[in-house]
Design a protein around this ligand. Structure first.
Ligand SMILES: [Zn+2]
Length: 289
């Protein structure tokens, strides 16, 4: 992710609007059945900091984290995408319907740096999001996916989406992509986001008393959300890339010192509430072809 141009930052609005995170809450829909329960931030941060260097170890580590979060048995699977490469990791939270909300981050990283920002920050957050949502019955089925080989041209996400049956593809109501979190307070890639998903993000942030600024990565190469948009799946990418922080990516500076845990925790706090909002607000019927 390089050479971005981002919309004017409303950091002051963020500072004014910022509210202190709490360990759980309700979403704008208001019903307690749509609530969620955050994991303690020290657990979230531990998962982030426990970052193996090799891509294959990341796959095994994410599997272990999902297991410890309670995702196991037939709900926890791997998908081999190409020979001699680590598989991608999928954790399913079964809802009341088979309508799907997909939440993704990618497991692989380039050689330079530790790839903790790009994108262990997204992948290692998935088990904690799973835990936050499993506290209540869900209308949608959630699929948390640590994609493989994003850096080699979105190989894993393209494989996943092209292997869905047409009927299952129409069941996907949203794909929420988590990319490069924690360098800055969470932002949204606005000009690529589906308008309904964007409105729900704004509503969630307002409800929490905060704000998620738009920061468009116009000249960015690609991200896993693009694989889904090609098939008309509504997507949204949440990240922390700004003109200064983009220089960290794909360099030796992509290491733990690039991450501010308070920003990272804030991203988790907002995304957990956001996913609960989407579950409450999005239809559970198949999308029109
Ligand atoms: Zn990435």
């Amino acid at each position: 992710m390089k050479n971005i141009k981002f919309a004017p930052l409303l950091f002051i609005a963020f500072l004014i609007g910022g509210a202190l995170p709490t360990l759980g809450g309700k979403v704008p829909a208001g019903s307690s059945s749509h609530g969620y329960r955050l994991v303690p931030f020290h657990l979230l941060d531990h998962r982030l900091e426990f970052v193996p260097y090799k891509n294959a170890q990341r796959e095994r580590t994410l599997l272990g984290m999902f297991r410890s979060a309670g995702c196991a048995g037939q709900n926890l699977t791997t998908e081999l995408v190409s020979k001699n490469r680590p598989p991608q990791v999928l954790c399913r939270l079964q809802g009341q319907t088979n309508s799907l909300i997909i939440v993704g981050g990618h497991l692989d990283h380039v050689r330079r740096g530790s790839g903790i920002v790009d994108d262990w920050s997204g992948a290692s957050m998935l088990p904690s999001l799973y835990q936050a949502l499993r506290s209540q019955p869900r209308r949608h089925t959630f699929l948390f996916i640590g994609f493989t080989e994003e850096e080699r041209g979105r190989v894993g996400s393209r494989y996943f989406v092209t292997h869905l049956t047409p009927a299952r593809l129409r069941r996907v109501r949203a794909m929420v992509n988590l990319e490069c979190l924690g360098m800055y307070p969470p932002e949204v890639w606005e000009d690529h986001a589906n308008p309904v998903l964007l409105r729900n993000l704004s509503a969630t942030a307002r409800y929490l008393g905060t704000y998620v600024p738009g920061a468009d990565c116009d000249r960015i190469g690609y991200d896993d959300a693009m694989s889904f948009r090609r098939f008309h799946v509504p997507t949204i990418t949440i990240h922390s890339i700004t003109q200064p922080t983009v220089r960290v990516l794909h360099t030796r500076r992509d290491n733990l010192s690039a991450i501010h845990l308070s920003y990272y925790n804030r991203a988790y706090w907002i995304v957990a509430a956001y996913l609960a909002t989407l579950d409450a607000q999005l239809p559970v019927t198949p999308r029109q072809p």
